[in-house]
Design a protein around this ligand. Structure first.
Ligand code: F6P
Length: 357
């Protein structure tokens, strides 16, 4: 009997999804030859609920190592709505029914924190699940790195590099808003790689006084421009004391969604230095994965294939101290990995005189 392996990609896309799909497929064919069949589920859990799937041809996995996005399509299907019936559909029952109808031996779920919560739910419902950790936010608990992160760091760094020269020419401050609503890893790494003078991340609330003091200190040393790397989830100390809803309502009233534009206005008002905002946005999730991510995706994908042949389910693949291994889904689902105070990379930033606000 052929082993039937389902695969889906869920949540926000990122570079490295296709490289991981390829890693899984090639390593499975290598191990099992004709004794394996791969079933691609379209658009994440949404396709698993509605039963959109196809048996994939072997050649569909060729030539995708370098291709951004996901050949399977993806969709955000919020975990908190999984148990809520919509249009008379019990989503969890629908996913179980389609898993059965596809005659799957196991299902591989490539995604971030939300994806892993649903993966754990399905595992607890008795399905054979293996997770693979992707996200540019690098915030999945239990793994030192997720695929997609380093490609996004490369792209964000390039954005900072490019505004650096124009900031210098015009003697301006440039505020670069980078992705990351809860986790500041991307901003911290790209900020250091791009030589930012000020890095603001959600985990460390800033004060505008500290930000402006850092800019004015540079100006007093003859440096007429400053570069700020600001995570989209950055907040000031007052906002940090508010509930998320309250904070968002206050920002909406003031005409902002993120703090970035407000920071830029305040810098101009307080320091008198002309300031511009740059938002690379979804560019950070687009295009070809970096060589680092291609290697990581191949490591993770081929390890998942080994887990399939070992029938080791209810787990997600992880990188721990430079070794590829796994965590139990139940141990990591619902947790996230934020930048902790005292983290080595924060120390590096501070030693370099970078202001963290
Ligand atoms: O989770 C990855 C991420 O890119 C976050 O950094 C960002 O806050 C969010 O997704 C954006 O989501 P969407 O693509 O749905 O706008």
């Amino acid at each position: 009997m052929k082993k039937r392996v389902g695969i889906l990609t869920s949540g926000g896309d990122c570079p490295g999804l296709n490289a991981t799909i390829r890693g899984v497929a090639k390593a499975l064919y290598q191990r099992m030859g004709e004794n394996v069949e791969i079933i691609g589920i379209s658009n994440g859990y949404s396709g698993l609920i509605s039963g959109e799937w196809r048996v994939m041809r072997r050649d569909e996995f060729s030539g995708i190592l370098t291709v951004g996005g996901t050949i399977l399509g993806t969709k955000r299907t919020p975990f908190k709505l999984m148990r809520v019936e919509e249009g008379g559909v019990d989503k969890v029952e629908a996913m179980k029914k389609n898993y059965k109808e596809m005659r799957l031996d196991c299902l591989l779920c490539l995604g971030g924190n939300g994806t892993h919560k649903t993966a754990n739910l399905l595992s607890q419902e008795g399905l054979n699940i293996i997770g693979l950790p992707k996200t540019i936010d690098n915030d999945i608990y239990g793994t030192d790195v997720t695929f997609g992160f380093h490609s996004a760091v490369d792209i964000a760094t390039e954005a900072i590099d490019r505004v650096h020269t124009t900031a210098g020419s015009h003697s301006r401050c440039m505020v670069v808003e980078l992705m990351g609503n809860k986790a500041g890893w991307l901003t911290l790494y790209a900020g250091i790689a791009g030589g930012a003078d000020i890095i603001l991340i959600p985990e460390l609330p800033y004060t505008i006084e500290n930000v402006c003091a850092a800019i004015e200190k540079r100006a007093s040393q003859g440096k007429s421009f400053s570069i700020l790397a600001v995570a989209e989830g950055a907040m000031d100390a007052k906002e940090a004391r508010m509930k998320r809803k309250e904070r968002m309502a206050k920002r909406a009233e003031e005409g902002y969604t993120t703090a970035t534009n407000r920071i830029a206005k305040d810098i101009e008002r307080i320091t008198g230095i002309e300031t511009r905002v740059c938002v690379p946005g979804h560019m950070q999730r687009g295009g070809s994965p970096s060589p680092y991510d291609r290697v990581l995706a191949t490591q993770f994908g081929s390890y998942a294939a080994k887990m399939v042949s070992d029938e080791n389910y209810g787990i997600t693949v992880a990188m721990k101290n430079n070794h590829v291994g796994e965590n139990k889904l139940e141990d990591i689902a619902g947790k996230s990995r934020l930048v902790p105070e005292g983290h080595g990379m924060l120390e590096v930033a501070r030693r370099m005189g970078i202001s963290m606000g």
